[in-house]
Design a protein around this ligand. Sequence first.
Ligand SMILES: Nc1ncnc2c1ncn2[C@@H]1O[C@H](COP(=O)(O)OP(=O)(O)OP(=O)(O)O)[C@@H](O)[C@H]1O
Length: 255
Amino acid sequence: MTTVLKTENLRRQFGDLVAVNDVSLELEEDEITSIIGPNGAGKTTFYNLLTGVLEPTSGEIWLQKDGELADITDAPPHEVAQSGLSRSYQISNVFERLTVRENVQVARIAHEGRTLDIRSRAANDEQLNADVDELLELTNLADMAEVTCDELSHGEKRNVEIALALAIEPTVFLLDEPTAGMNPTETKEIVSLIHELNEDIDATFVVTEHDMDVVTDISDRIVVLADGAVLADGDPQAVLSDERVTEAYLGSEAV
Ligand SMILES: Nc1ncnc2c1ncn2[C@@H]1O[C@H](COP(=O)(O)OP(=O)(O)OP(=O)(O)O)[C@@H](O)[C@H]1O
């Protein structure tokens, strides 16, 4: 097994409150890991640390790049993304007035713009179009490529957000509550898309999700955070039948 993302004693305090408490995790290539926990457990803070949105109080973050783990602890968000850690937000992040295709093109150009000069960009338009077509196919958006995003349903927009996150060719893909605000049909569709993507692309998925049916369906591994620390970690059945996990959720809202 190859470790693609590693945290070592990762900690974040807000004053005296320890939101993430010395979390050490190693995430393995090609696995879907769900990070769950009751409200206030530290999931969002942990994600914000991984993506460079927040600076850790202490500890380290390592991401696989070119076959080696690189220290990204102090990298700002754009550098973290450029290094291969991509995040799809639960809050809609698309340009409403652009078509689906244009949105994906913009994301792809923004990614390539960091690595190619203008002359080679122009020469690479064909490649760009091929890459965009592939991203649209992967995310089941080929049929609605020319539709402007303000005409899409909530579920369809989520697919666009996923396409945008995939445009940077991530090594690790963080999905932040992918089914939030979705109806049962949309939820089913996004779950099957996650399964398909896991087969089709070479990325490791990390998911935070409140819907436990979804968590059970998609996860190879579940990590439970409680009070900022890892309470349980491992095989979904074992973790979900762990009494400590049930207790952690007692008294908090249902997951
Ligand atoms: N910017 C902040 N300033 C102060 N306290 C914060 C801040 N952000 C988070 N916290 C606190 O840190 C703890 C962890 O919060 P966090 O949002 O990471 O949990 P969560 O697991 O994502 O919760 P939820 O499932 O409700 O979104 C909570 O006690 C929260 O109040």
